[in-house]
Design a protein around this ligand. Structure first.
Ligand SMILES: Cc1cc2nc3c(=O)[nH]c(=O)nc-3n(C[C@H](O)[C@H](O)[C@H](O)COP(=O)(O)OP(=O)(O)OC[C@H]3O[C@@H](n4cnc5c(N)ncnc54)[C@H](O)[C@@H]3O)c2cc1C
Length: 353
């Protein structure tokens, strides 16, 4: 180990979690080195959408307003340094599936609860002509997407150029490599076997996304009818996602093409998407915990050098910037523990050995 690494933090993984952790270290002046073994990353597949509203029950996402602000600041700062556009503000239209849902949407606005600041009823005059929405539609204006792939790829190149990135594998049995003070484990679902030894279950949530190229004009806004179609420019749309708990490998299923293209087409007038519109079909494994919260911080008193930052589930882009902040606060001794809602102690099976 060369002296230049002395006392550095070693970040394992260069998906979204490892990448944001590296940027947070960079911003705070914490010396770091990043290793990744190149195994499949959920971040290579992610559509990168952020949306402060959970559409199932029309409620705000977990602490949405706070996380959104931290995320906005962080992605803006990174895109300035990388000199590229990573964050795109794109409203999301929720097509109401029935009268009951439309009434609940209106009720949530009238109640003036936390979610009311994010949702509006979309005037019929603003509805894109391609949309078929007999029960109307709502709009969330403070939504959008981050180009996660561009972020991870450009960041990797930068750290590589600065001599801070290496293609290397790591597992907990390797311990804290000589010269490093700390390991921050951002291996996504790759943490599962090591954390299982402490009674912590990180599950693999399988998801697939399509990219399509179409001549159809589907407008400039994301449209959600459980499945979503996200415009990414030049006639391309991302269509997704699927969610399954019964697949341990990031494999694509051929039937997904028909299922997703059919589903998004049901809210459009005129021609439907067809399989030949699909230009890419990808699958990934989201790291997820039982309560849909991440798992952060120190795990074992016997390995005080080890910290984890994973379990970002479906919401890496929205919550990630806050999650790396909290983790690094503990690593740097700014706070003793991460907040309870992301602490390993909330797992009843947690064995602190
Ligand atoms: C289909 C799909 C759609 C999604 N859409 C969205 C979305 O719209 N919005 C959103 O916010 N989130 C979305 N997500 C979720 C998002 O992708 C995840 O929350 C996030 O990418 C997780 O990042 P991560 O860095 O923890 O894991 P990963 O991206 O999986 O990265 C893990 C990293 O660890 C490395 N690694 C693994 N094992 C080792 C080892 N032994 N040694 C060294 N390195 C190792 C891997 O190579 C990789 O670099 C989606 C996910 C999927 C699958």
């Amino acid at each position: 180990m060369t002296n230049k690494n002395q006392g550095s933090v070693l970040i394992i993984g260069d998906g979204l979690a490892g990448t944001l952790m590296a940027w947070k270290c960079h911003q705070r002046g914490v010396k770091f080195v990043q290793w990744s073994d190149g195994s499949p990353a959920a971040s290579d597949v992610a559509a990168g959408m952020f949306n402060p509203v959970s559409f199932r029950r029309i409620l705000p996402q977990w602490d949405a307003a706070n996380y959104a602000e931290t995320a906005r600041e962080m992605f803006q700062a990174i895109q300035q340094e990388l000199e590229c556009k990573l964050r795109h503000d794109v409203p999301v239209i929720r097509v109401f599936p029935n009268e009951r849902y439309a009434a609940l949407w209106a009720e949530r606005i009238a109640e003036e609860g936390e979610v009311a600041q994010f949702i509006e009823i979309l005037p019929r005059t603003e509805l894109h002509p391609s949309l078929d929405a007999p029960f109307g539609a709502g709009i969330v204006r403070s939504a959008g997407w981050v180009d996660v792939r561009m972020l991870t790829q450009k960041s990797r190149l930068l750290w590589q150029r600065l001599g801070l990135w290496e293609r290397r594998s790591w597992a907990m049995e390797d311990g804290c490599p000589v010269g490093f003070s700390t390991v921050i484990d951002c291996r996504g679902v790759g943490v599962a076997d090591d954390l299982a030894k402490f009674g912590l279950e990180v599950s693999r949530n399988h998801g697939e996304v399509l990219t399509i190229q179409t001549e159809l004009d589907w407008g400039e806004q994301t449209v959600n009818n459980v499945t979503w179609a996200l415009p990414i420019g030049s006639g391309e749309y991302r269509i997704g996602s699927t969610y399954r708990w019964d697949m341990d490998e990031p494999l694509v299923r051929p039937e997904t093409i028909e299922n997703l293209t059919e589903q998004v087409s049901t809210v459009r007038k005129g021609a439907a998407l067809v399989a030949t519109d699909v230009v890419s079909h990808r699958a990934g494994l989201r790291p997820a915990c039982f309560d849909r919260r991440p798992i952060l911080g120190r795990i074992s008193s016997k390995s005080p050098w080890y910290f984890v930052c994973t379990g970002w589930g479906t919401r890496g882009v929205s919550i990630g910037p806050t999650m790396v902040d909290w983790t690094l606060d503990v690593v740097s001794g700014i706070r003793d523990e991460v907040p309870d809602e992301v602490h390993p102690k909330r797992f009843r099976t947690f064995t602190k050995n």
